[in-house]
Design a protein around this ligand. Structure first.
Ligand code: SF4
Length: 172
């Protein structure tokens, strides 16, 4: 983007404007699965106030472009979560918030999905049990960087996450 302040002229491209608009108006769908969702609600409430950053929670997946998987994904809820993801229009992104959604967390059991990336693609993993609102904001900013990098034709390096050995899938 070229800006000439003195003449009041800005030169840019449609792609640049679209990317800028997308990354600065992320609208997550309002869904929480377990205790991590309390921290997500905290992030949206008055103290951290995500609205001021253009991050506005929506009540319908059809109006949302971000799915924050906040909580334990049990096998029973997994199909509903996948359906919500599929109802979101493109382009869309997924943030895995906390140990449970990233790898089963403290529940290495038959009834818990050992990582939401087994059913939907994940863009950013946020470690923690639960991650703090600051950590969630960090994850959202990483997603913004990823959206910007993709627009520039670069792929952001994978954000590493250490999944404890006991969270690995149980072999039958
Ligand atoms: S990661 Fe921890 S805080 Fe988050 S849903 Fe799992 S048990 Fe609850």
């Amino acid at each position: 983007m070229a800006v000439n302040v003195n003449s009041g002229i800005i030169l840019t491209t449609v792609e640049e404007v679209l990317s800028w608009g997308r990354r600065n108006s992320l609208w997550p769908v309002s869904i929480g699965l377990a205790c991590c969702a309390i921290e997500m609600m905290h992030t949206a409430a008055s103290r951290f106030d995500t609205d001021r950053l253009g991050i506005i929670f929506r009540g319908s997946p059809r109006q949302s472009d971000v799915l924050i998987v906040a909580g334990t994904v049990v096998n029973k809820v997994a199909p509903m979560l996948k359906l919500i993801y599929e109802q979101m229009p493109d382009p869309k992104w997924v943030i895995s918030m906390g140990g449970c959604s990233s790898g089963g967390g403290p529940f290495p059991t038959y009834s818990t999905l050992q990582g939401v990336d087994r059913i939907i693609p994940v863009d950013v993993y946020i470690p923690g049990c639960p991650p703090t609102p600051q950590a969630l904001l960090w994850g959202i900013m990483e997603l913004q960087k990823k959206i910007k990098a993709k627009k520039e034709g670069k792929e952001l390096k994978e954000i590493p996450i250490k999944i404890p050995a006991e969270s690995k899938p149980i072999s039958k």
